[in-house]
Design a protein around this ligand. Structure first.
Ligand code: ATR
Length: 288
């Protein structure tokens, strides 16, 4: 019997850098795909404290990594420490995916907005970002990537509502001009008034997450054909989604954003654009 294993080619290795990173679901997502597509590779957790992040990032090539995901709290530091970055990642101010190039340099990009849009397209067949105004609740890191993706994809108007108004204004200032769409900053207190005529409502705040306060929002003025999305996925059906569903709005849950944002990284590291399937969802949920 001959051993056909090629011992000269080490298996490809990627991972997720975060602090803490124990609860990250990314290893389950990539682990599922590696097995499903029978790709010899591994995807590991890389716990790294903020003070060690830059050095650990720069050491990825020597440590045998083909790339990595970057999660809280390192996404901004990742942008500062890569050799080159995609223009959208620069605009967002954050990198969530890194590829080690053939020459050993680090290239950063941001797939959160891609994940958001792909999730909406997969979750609601009739979704069309250009159809009407989008309402974005929140102005944190997730909102930043989502706003950039919406503008880039041709959203005509985006209404950003955040408890801390200055943060929404800063976000609007940073991303104005990215697409043709207008960014309107409203007040959190009057959030209900901004739902009129909207085609999309997305919650990017942490409100409604298990252990957090619920999202206090009367959605009676939202058109019933507006798509409602919550990026919170614990629980999978948030109170916002349940209420929207009950009045007939199409709803898309937040787990798909996590799954879809992982796809471009997997393709960059392991050479195959993976699919998001019911089996993947079930596998990830069983470990959540
Ligand atoms: P992420 O990077 O995941 O988006 P973040 O930057 O901490 O996380 O942002 C969390 C979002 O939830 C913010 O928009 C935050 O509002 P502030 O900018 O005013 O902090 C919002 N949020 C958190 N708790 C909230 C609450 N009790 N009421 C309203 N908004 C809240």
């Amino acid at each position: 019997m001959t051993d056909s294993t090629d011992h000269t080619t080490p298996i490809k290795r990627a991972g997720v850098m975060g602090w803490p990173v124990d609860h990250s679901l990314s290893p389950r997502v990539h682990g599922f795909w590696l097995q499903h597509y029978a790709i010899p590779g591994e995807y590991v957790r890389i716990p790294v404290a903020p003070e060690h992040f830059a050095a650990k990032l720069r050491a990825l090539p020597q440590d045998g990594f083909t790339g990595a995901n970057v999660t809280v709290p390192h996404k901004e530091a990742a942008l500062k420490n890569v050799d080159d970055a995609h223009p959208l990642a620069r605009r967002i101010g954050a990198v969530n995916t890194i590829k080690v190039q053939d020459d050993g340099s680090l290239y950063g990009f941001n797939t959160d907005g891609f994940g958001f849009l792909e999730n909406l397209k997969a979750g609601y067949a009739g979704f069309d970002v250009t159809r009407g105004p989008a309402v974005l609740l929140g102005a944190g890191g997730a909102a930043r990537a989502i706003l950039a993706a919406l503008l880039d994809a041709g959203a005509p108007e985006i209404r950003v509502l955040n408890r801390t108004r200055e943060r929404a204004e800063q976000l609007a200032a940073d991303l104005t001009g990215l697409g043709q769409g207008d960014i309107i900053v409203g007040t959190w207190e009057q959030r209900m008034d901004h739902l009129e005529g909207a085609a999309l409502l997305a919650n990017t705040t942490t409100l409604g997450m298990k252990g957090q306060r619920s999202l206090d929002l009367d959605i009676s003025s939202l058109p019933t054909d507006a798509v409602v999305n919550d990026i919170v996925y614990t629980p999978l059906e948030t109170d916002l989604l349940a209420r929207a569903r009950a009045r007939g709005n199409p709803v898309v849950d937040g787990l798909g954003m996590l799954l879809h944002q992982a796809r471009p990284g997997f393709e960059a590291w392991f050479g195959h654009m993976p699919d998001v399937t019911e089996n993947l969802r079930a596998h990830v949920l069983s470990g959540a």
